[in-house]
Design a protein around this ligand. Structure first.
Ligand SMILES: [Zn+2]
Length: 213
């Protein structure tokens, strides 16, 4: 076999295993144990967020936990949608009680799930909106007709500076003010809505969306 052919085969093999890794993640992000993207043991060890974060805003894990930080970073920059779906699943199973009370409140009409939108530029670079992927995982395990994902209700107008880069709380709130717009206000009249984001810090983004919706 010639050198070039060998090289080509190796490149193809590498490409193939990379594709498999994306489609069927084989190792835990925390302990490298085979089988799942996050194993039960590592999930049990995750540091929980102190609740409630802000009024009407709830977080599941503490971002200071190194494994959570790694997971979010991987979800955002390494094209790992399966990781987002897993996080969505964890979010759903951890907030069952809260979801039950919203279910009573919505009285049989589907609860709208609204992922926090990202700008078109970011979507182009990343290929997907990470909050949307989490939202999909969140809806996956629910009873049919309990949730309806609404990706087109609200959109991001301006390309704001990423919230995480701003240290000062007031500056953060100012940065996000007026960044979103509702497309068709009528469709949300009288609806129960859950907004899903990957990370919340001062609640600026979520607060702004809650106000608007
Ligand atoms: Zn693990």
């Amino acid at each position: 076999m010639g050198e070039t052919t060998k090289k080509t085969i190796n490149t193809i093999k590498r490409g193939f295993s990379l594709i498999l890794e994306i489609l069927f993640p084989s190792k835990c992000l925390g302990c490298r144990k085979g089988g799942q993207i996050l194993c039960e043991n590592c999930i049990d060890g995750l540091r929980l967020a102190e609740r409630p974060t802000e009024e009407k805003i709830m977080a599941l894990y503490d971002y200071r936990d190194p494994l959570i930080k790694k997971a979010i970073w991987k979800l955002k920059y390494y094209h790992s949608p399966y990781l987002g779906r897993k996080l969505g699943e964890l979010l759903y199973s951890s907030f069952l009680e809260e979801i039950q009370s919203l279910r009573m409140f919505s009285a049989g009409s589907p609860i709208y799930i609204v992922p926090v939108p990202i700008s078109n530029d970011k979507r182009k670079v990343r290929g997907y909106n990470q909050s949307e992927i989490i939202a999909k995982g969140f809806c996956n395990f629910a009873d049919t007709n309990l949730f309806t994902i609404k990706k087109d209700i609200i959109y991001k107008k301006a390309n704001t500076v990423p919230q995480a880069r701003i240290e000062n709380r007031n500056k953060r709130l100012k940065n996000i003010k007026g960044a979103f717009e509702i497309k068709d206000a009528e469709q949300i009249m009288g609806k129960t809505i859950i907004i899903i984001d990957d990370v919340t810090t001062t609640g600026g983004t979520l607060g702004e969306m809650i106000k608007l919706l």
